[in-house]
Design a protein around this ligand. Structure first.
Ligand code: SF4
Length: 272
């Protein structure tokens, strides 16, 4: 799922608290950020600085659609049939459009409403038993490092299979092989097997509301372990770092702290 913008300005990741000085909690986003640019990681995850500018509107659009689907599936979790959640979802969409400071673009808003309505009316996921909506997982990984993350939707498929669903607003779909390699999904799979003792299989699904389709794959245990080991390695490296040397490049243009970073190219800074 896309990085959520954070209007409260505590950090670039919703799993981190507002205050500094707490034990760091790692995620795929934080590890990716560290890999892209240690300085950017320092701003967001060590200093926990408010973002100086919003992430691009296309990313915030993902958060808006997620908010609508989250509201709908929370109702389903409480017993309401999905088909009856459309008005709840559209209300949540409207509220999120405002809170995410999205452009006042009637055509875009109408497209977003259609995407959400279709996701509810056509139900490509086929919800069986919901275990969690915006399910927060955490683990200490037996390595003294805290990891956490929110999964969009967690379902029980059968007596031994948990399904993790990730809503995506991209206009192209991944392949099942892509899903099996996806670090975020593998981390959620690891969390799910820790949390649900009855489960020994994890199916992951990308749900594409704009495409009215889904792609699913079963996670491979060895890949899951490999991904977790790699994330633990990156998290250890990030915790040991004291320099956070900037790494200017293609990510500067979307960096929320480019205006304060002395390594940012001029083209990445906001126009004065
Ligand atoms: S502007 Fe570029 S170099 Fe500076 S913190 Fe952001 S990504 Fe890193």
């Amino acid at each position: 799922m896309p990085a959520k913008s954070n209007k409260s300005g505590s950090s670039g990741d919703p799993i981190l608290g507002a205050s500094s000085g707490k034990k760091r909690r790692h995620s795929v986003s934080s590890c990716n950020e560290y890999e892209r640019c240690p300085r950017r990681y320092e701003y967001g995850y060590v200093m926990r600085l408010p973002q100086d500018r919003l992430v691009p509107a296309a990313w915030r659009y993902g958060s808006v659609v997620h908010a609508a689907l989250e509201a709908a599936y929370k109702k389903v979790l409480r017993g309401m049939p999905l088909a009856q959640t459309k008005s709840v979802a559209l209300d949540a969409l409207s509220a999120a459009w405002v809170s995410e400071d999205m452009p006042d673009d009637a055509e875009w808003i109408s497209r977003a409403e259609q995407v959400v309505a279709d996701a509810i009316e056509k139900d490509p996921i086929g919800v069986a038993e919901i275990l969690g909506v915006e399910q927060y997982f955490k683990s200490s990984m037996n390595a003294g490092l805290e990891f956490g993350g929110f999964a969009d939707l967690v379902l029980r498929l059968d007596e031994r299979t948990v399904e993790i669903v990730d809503h995506k607003v991209t206009s192209h779909a991944s392949t099942p092989e892509d899903l099996q390699m996806n670090a975020q999904l593998n981390l959620y799979g690891f969390f799910a097997l820790e949390k649900y003792s009855w489960a020994d299989r994890v199916v992951v699904t990308h749900h594409y509301p704009p495409l009215r389709s889904t792609v699913s794959a079963e996670l491979l245990p060895e890949k899951m372990n490999e991904v977790v080991a790699s994330l633990v390695g990156l998290a250890r490296q990030a915790e040991a770092d004291t320099e956070f040397v900037p790494c200017p490049g293609e990510y500067c243009s979307s960096c929320p702290w480019a205006d304060r970073c002395d390594a940012a190219p001029e083209s990445a800074r906001s126009a004065k």
